[in-house]
Design a protein around this ligand. Structure first.
Ligand code: RRO
Length: 323
């Protein structure tokens, strides 16, 4: 079953995308994800300056998902360029695309960081405007309002007009379709939906929040239905914009549902924690087998299927009672 996936100007070898963060920015791990079956791999978001990230504990498996507050550890944009260059060279023979993810503290710095990372000539840029874990330092994420999300998008497109831009949105907003429409209007070429959902856990014996940062982002299976709903609403708002549907995808069937909601490609992150490093290959192969067994010849064949009129023949309305 060929899983070739047209995405903007690219044809990805598969619709599975390594989500940002889960395997850091090691060129070797990005290459490993490509070899494992990803059609594109996303680096850990880099910012204007090097950061250590938050103090431990930074991640916990709480049963129905993960909660993390890693705190954007990264080597800074200038050093990141070297890592991205190395990753790009390692990916060359795989056909997988390199997505360079980045964040910043101000609209202007988003443009500056994008311009620095562009030196490595990644295939795509991902503006992470939705990290939930730096509230105390940077304030409200730019993804919180249509205005701030659009302002970042414009700044990045102005700084780097020649590399297609993906904007990564946050789930905790009352109308994610409106935010998506605003960033597309401002020049975004694609959307990644979603980042983790803000949450927290408290150890009742000590009365303390478990994460040192107190709050964190929920990922894994608990996030899946939220991500699916967000992707569905974004596709309704911007039906011609490709979406990387990300959030709790753990199986091939989850990936199929994400495509049906309106995603063009499917991000995978926490599944690597649940299923081990083979998760990427397993999900890709399960998706291929599912498509095959249901008579679909490509991932595109089920794209946005859930937006069709409901099939009432599956849930017939009761026949009128005969008089
Ligand atoms: O590093 C993090 O704490 C982090 C980031 Br940048 C992000 O975008 N999402 C997340 O859940 N954690």
């Amino acid at each position: 079953m060929p899983l070739l996936t047209p995405f903007l100007h690219l044809t990805l070898p598969s619709p599975i995308v390594l989500a940002s963060g889960i395997w850091g920015t090691s060129a070797a791990l990005l290459a490993r994800a490509a070899a494992a079956g990803c059609g594109a791999v996303t680096s850990k978001s880099a910012g204007p300056e090097p950061r250590r990230g938050h103090v431990n504990p930074t991640c916990i498996d709480w049963g129905a998902g993960l909660l993390n507050a890693i705190g954007l550890p990264n080597p800074g944009a200038t050093h990141e360029v070297d890592i991205l260059r190395e990753a790009k060279a390692e990916l060359a023979h795989t056909g997988a695309a390199l997505i360079a993810s980045f964040f910043a503290d101000t609209v202007e710095n988003f443009g500056r960081v994008a311009a620095i990372l562009a030196q490595a000539q990644p295939d795509l840029l991902e503006a992470n405007i939705s990290c939930p874990n730096v509230h105390s330092e940077f304030g409200e994420p730019f993804a919180a309002t249509a205005q701030s999300a659009a302002a970042v998008t414009r700044a990045v497109k102005q700084a780097v007009p020649h590399i297609p831009l993906i904007v990564k949105l946050a789930p905790d907003t009352p109308n994610i379709g409106r935010i998506a429409a605003a960033v597309v209007d401002a020049g975004a070429d694609a959307i990644c939906a979603i980042n983790t959902m803000p949450g927290m856990l408290i150890d009742v014996e000590s009365g303390q929040p478990i994460l040192h940062n107190r709050r964190g982002g929920v990922s894994g299976p608990a996030l899946f239905p939220i991500a699916l709903r967000c992707v569905y609403e974004i596709h309704q708002a911007v039906p011609n914009t490709p979406i990387i549907g990300t959030g709790g995808v753990t199986t091939g069937k989850d990936a199929a549902a994400m495509l049906m909601a309106g995603a063009t490609a499917v991000g995978v992150g926490s599944a690597i924690h649940y299923r081990g490093p083979d998760a990427l290959t397993l999900i890709r192969d399960e998706l291929a087998a599912w498509l095959d067994s249901h008579g679909h010849d490509s991932p595109a064949a089920i794209h946005a299927l859930a937006h069709r009129e409901p099939r009432y023949d599956l849930h017939p309305t009761p026949a009128p009672i005969p008089k």
